[in-house]
Design a protein around this ligand. Structure first.
Ligand SMILES: *Cc1c(COP(=O)(O)O)cnc(C)c1O
Length: 434
């Protein structure tokens, strides 16, 4: 591996100390390269313990649009921490939570009227799925099937995992899940197949809800499909009294060029899941949003009809302060201009690279760019190729995590033109080594 993993002489380095006690996510510790110890971040840049510089071209798993160590968000957090850091949300409320709700009501689709706080993307999905199931239970109807896309990713807790279709995340738990039926993603050429599959699933099962990543499947490798297809699928659900859940955990807060991917749609979902960029990559927090109709199905003299779900840190005021500051940043003209700038820049790079002999397809939406590399399609080859690319990017000071043969870029919006050009250059150079 690269020299970055060698600890500074004389002291036990961070990487060595890490390996004694820490268990990392999505990591086979026996075969994985050692982690890189990051000491500092600023804007789109990170520095490791040997002061090697990296461009964070994936916004640290898509959470950080406004840059690392953002002082505007940090100041808001400090102010909140020294005013009211936390208070339980059962039986109590506070202004930061109310302000987040009021702010979201200005920018969410108009049919979204209630918000529920949790801690991360998976729990936001968990809440949405439980609400879909209990909605029908409360109405005395038995509807227990959830519909999801092939290769979806909705998180790692149990219901979220059940809805996810990427097999290596879930294979140890098959047979232990809630009932989920999968339909094809309506990518070009496969739209009718997707509509037909949905009709058939609804006919043959008692479907409570349909959960989807709107327009872009992130973890699948930034797989994109058209707004018209999703509108059609949502119409089919509405006609059949199946609730729709837009998982905007990745796509939310500007990534697709609009505030929410759902903003491209004619139809509006019954629920939305938000997290990742919600707090600008500072404090873990998530929100599930609902229509009034959903809330009303739980509003009753019967306590059993209430939503008995909550987390200790629900609506943590510090997290709310971070969310408010982040939303404020998102709405500045400067940030909106950044999103447009990154998108234009991606489109230019797409023009440049799309006819490269080693590239099969390219796609761009908002600040998301993806290309697929021509391969002999075997799974082990994908694994080797992925690692080779990853190592090459790291050696060249760019953090990108390819998915098999797919290389995607999803930078912080504030990335400079110069940094973006370096990312493109490194991606182009990587095509020469595969
Ligand atoms: C990341 C992600 C999740 C899970 O969020 P966590 O915070 O990792 O639990 C759910 N849905 C989508 C679309 C995601 O991209």
């Amino acid at each position: 591996m690269s020299s970055t993993n060698i600890p500074p002489s004389g002291a036990r380095g961070l990487v060595e100390r890490d390996s004694q006690y820490l268990w990392h996510p999505y990591t086979q510790h026996k075969t994985a390269a050692l982690p890189i110890a990051i000491k500092k971040g600023k804007g789109a840049l990170l520095w490791d313990e040997n002061n090697k510089e990296y461009i964070d071209a994936i916004a640290s798993w898509w959470v950080n649009p406004y840059g690392h160590s953002n002082t505007f968000i940090a100041d808001a957090i400090y102010k909140q921490l020294t005013t009211l850091e936390h208070v339980l949300f059962g039986g109590f409320t506070h202004e930061p939570a109310i302000l987040v709700a009021e702010k979201l009501m200005e920018i969410l689709p108009k049919n979204q009227q209630k918000i529920f706080f949790s801690d991360n993307g998976s729990t936001a999905v968990e809440v949405a799925i439980k609400v879909a199931l209990q909605y029908f239970f409360n109405k005395g109807e038995k509807k227990t099937t959830i519909i999801a896309f092939e290769n979806a990713f909705h998180g790692d807790t149990f219901a979220a995992m059940a809805a996810s279709g990427i097999s290596f995340y879930t294979q140890a738990f098959q047979g232990m899940f809630i009932d989920v039926v999968r339909i094809p993603v309506p990518v070009k050429g496969q739209q009718q197949e997707s509509y037909d599959a949905l009709q058939l699933v609804i006919k043959n099962h008692s479907c409570a809800g349909f959960i989807f990543e709107p327009l872009v499947q992130g973890a699948a490798g930034m797989v994109m499909y058209e707004q018209e297809s999703l509108d059609e699928l949502m119409r089919i659900c509405q006609e059949n009294n199946v609730l729709t859940i837009a998982d905007e955990v990745m796509t939310g807060f500007g990534k697709t060029g609009k505030t929410f991917a759902t903003d491209y749609l004619v139809e509006k979902p019954d629920m939305m899941c938000l997290s990742k960029a919600l707090t600008g990559g500072t404090i873990p927090m998530a929100i599930t949003t609902f229509t009034q109709d959903l809330f009303d199905a739980f509003y009753d003299d019967d306590i059993n009809k209430a939503l008995f779900h909550g987390h200790t840190f629900t609506a943590n005021p510090t997290g709310c302060a971070a969310a408010l500051a982040s939303l404020e940043l998102l709405q500045t003209n400067e940030m909106q201009a950044n999103i447009i700038r990154v998108n234009k820049s991606h489109l230019d790079f797409q023009e440049l690279i799309k006819n490269h002999p080693k590239v099969t397809t390219t796609r761009v939406l908002g600040v998301i760019f993806a290309l697929e590399i021509k391969t002999e399609s075997s799974a082990s080859y994908y694994g080797t190729l992925r690692n080779k690319l990853y190592d090459f990017f790291i050696e060249n000071g760019v953090i990108l995590r390819p998915v098999g043969n797919i290389v995607y870029i999803l930078p912080p919006y504030i990335i400079t033109d110069e940094q973006l050009l370096k990312v493109y250059q490194v991606v182009e150079n990587a095509l020469e080594i595969v």
